[in-house]
Design a protein around this ligand. Sequence first.
Ligand code: MTE
Length: 319
Amino acid sequence: MLIKKPAAIRPSEITSEKNYLNRRNFIRAGALLGGSILAPSAMSAVVPDKRGAKLAGIRKSRFSTDETPNSFEDITTYNNYYEFGTGKSDPYKNAQDFDPLPWTVKVEGHAEKTGTFDFADFIKPFDLEERIYRMRCVEAWSMVIPWVGISLAEVIKHFRPTSKAKYVAFETLNDRKRMPGIRRGSLDWPYREGLTIAEATNPLPILAVGLYGQVLPNQNGAPIRLVVPWKYGFKGIKGIVRMRFTEVRPETSWNMAQAREYGFYANVNPNVDHPRWSQARERRIGAGLFASKQPTLMFNGYGDEVAHLYKGLDLRRNY
Ligand code: MTE
């Protein structure tokens, strides 16, 4: 469903959008809030305690596209997050009262370092980066999103997976009380996703904790979600509470729901159609009703960085 959007706002206006979301106090997960004189390395320890708060100490990334990002409204009102409903505006409407903090991430499986970490401690060792990525949904629409996050490859290295770790599996919070969509049973909960270790240690994927320089809105997966720009959007699991290093390929939610339509790899591929529609073109959200669709690029345009991961693999069978 398409919803009506307010006039687009310029990126320069975004950080003053303080009243965009409800003001609520969260438990303080970090001691340092918005101190602009701190060195970048210390900045990554900053977890602002308010929704919509500005993140500090963000580095720019060489992986960012120079395409114009979608507006904050586009990115935060047109979402898929079935835990909050299946309509595109449901996550925006139904996730406003969700309190993401306190939050813990459990790391388990074949790694030397495992355990349960408070969100602030989990992200503390890593640099915050802005990565402006093209995102392509399997439903044939796309956006450009200025994420703020930490490198997944750095996170993986930090936990020192053993030689048995061939995959990384992720799980979302599964809380019927706080996530109204879960009660409707549209998927087999918790939402699950996975990557091969080679994919997860590629420099491109990030664990996003913000967008447009501010704390990640609930509807986009607060407080932490995966972003893999060369794969269809459904690989970008939101609200991550568990990461597991596995020897066998983990189950993934959309593959479990419809294996013929959604594979494990889910690489953006204009040459392999979804069984019910073409993947050759895409509609850029926000471009206007009369804008023509644009061609979809192999690996969403990130082929130089990732094509080598799939050498010799039949991408028609491994969709
Ligand atoms: N993660 C969870 N936990 N639940 C979901 O329903 N939807 C996926 C993905 N991550 C989903 C999820 C799909 S289908 C898409 S297209 C992207 O989130 C959308 O991310 P965005 O709303 O931030 O653009």
